[in-house]
Design a binder for this molecule. Structure first.
Ligand code: TLP
Length: 353
């Protein structure tokens, strides 16, 4: 039975072209700034995003946390959406590494507007910790891969800058966002002071993320990366795969989005599954399985026994992510297996009896 892995786009394996480029990569010691392939990757990324400079980092988490640290000082607040990755899935690193306090706001489908953020800004009084940073996420992972409209981002950044507050973009999947709203990543990144983008998700590289910003910001970021143990040596072998991810893989993300819609519309027809397929904009589908009578973990466990891997997010929500290593046929097959599994669902079964 073919295993269909829909847990995340992080499970993608490097393409044959990436492996070849990795084997051939010219390398040097990147801690001395002497790895030509890393330097090329950083220069290309800066060009593509139209930022002054870029830095290759081991993971999205480290990239985000370096940015939080460079933008803030201990004792400041950081405004984040309540389902954001930085707040939920990064091991409280913003508190541990940067000594900052999250102040969370709620977005609609993960998208926050300026009035909501403005209300959360710290008033200028002596007993309140000042706001040091605002973080946005595009696409928004836990809200189901939703796209932050470019006008919303521009407005938030412009108003925040008037108040002297920098804005960071967790753009782990910003290439998916760009494809979905037919803009360039440079346009989406333009209003932000810093951007983190992952090469190891839908773009298929085995490891690595980039952070982008002004030259001065990236110089500071390089020091923080070293402090966190993220200084890497002959890492051109990874940057070589990253270059292919950056140059060649964005063009095919549209296929992942089509597969996600195929899955979403198929799932919406199945009994016991709640989702609005019209809301699926990119490669992430989130489904509520409460009406089956199973928890998310039970549902995922049943599917696993049939060779379909999905992620359980909340008590009754599961996430399915499409990517390079699952085909349209795999998605259709996953739907068939999910339909079969649902025949065993306790609540649906007793409702029929
Ligand atoms: N997301 C992973 C898990 O951690 C949930 C996934 O499978 O989606 N920002 C966003 C928006 C992310 O989705 C992720 C990873 C990161 C940052 C962190 O990247 P890594 O895993 O490279 O540290």
């Amino acid at each position: 039975m073919r295993l269909i892995d829909l847990r995340s786009d992080t499970v993608t394996r490097p393409t044959p072209e990436m492996r070849e480029a990795m084997a051939r990569a010219e390398v040097g010691d990147d801690v001395y700034g002497e790895d030509p392939t890393v330097n090329r990757l950083q220069e290309r990324a800066a060009e593509i995003f139209q930022k002054e400079a870029a830095l290759f980092v081991p993971s999205g988490t480290m990239g985000n946390q370096i940015c939080v640290k460079v933008h803030t000082r201990p004792g400041q607040e950081v405004i984040l959406e309540e389902k954001s990755h930085i707040y939920n899935f990064e091991m409280a690193a913003m508190a541990v590494i940067s000594g900052t306090l999250p102040r969370v706001v709620r977005g609609r489908d993960g998208i926050v507007d300026w009035p909501t953020i403005e209300a959360a800004l710290s008033p200028n009084v002596y007993y309140r910790a000042p706001t040091g940073l605002i973080c946005l996420e595009n696409t928004h992972n836990l809200a189901g891969g939703t796209v932050l409209p470019v006008e919303t981002a521009r407005q938030i950044c412009a108003r925040a800058h008037e108040r002297g507050v920098p804005v960071h973009l967790d753009g782990a999947r910003v290439f998916n966002a760009a494809v979905a709203c037919a803009r360039s990543v440079a346009e989406l990144a333009e209003p932000f002071d810093s951007v983190m983008v992952c090469l190891s998700k839908g773009l298929g590289a085995p490891v690595g993320s980039l952070i982008l910003g002004s030259r001065a910001f990236i110089e500071e970021a390089r020091a923080v990366r070293k402090m966190l143990g993220g200084g890497m040596r002959q890492v051109g072998v990874l940057a070589a795969a990253g270059l292919i991810a950056l140059e060649k893989m964005p063009a095919r993300l549209v296929e992942d989005h089509e597969k996600a819609r195929l899955l979403a519309f198929g799932l919406a027809e199945l009994p016991g599954l709640a989702l609005d397929p019209e809301k699926v904009q990119t490669n992430i589908v989130i489904v509520d399985v409460a009406a089956t009578g199973w928890t998310a973990e039970e549902f995922a466990g049943r599917l696993k026994a049939r060779g379909v891997l999905v992620g359980s997010l909340g008590p009754t929500t599961v996430r399915l992510v499409t990517h390079y290593d699952v085909s349209r046929e795999d998605c259709a097959e996953a739907l068939r297996r999910i339909r079969e599994v649902l025949r065993e669902a306790p609540r649906l079964h007793s409702a029929r009896a």
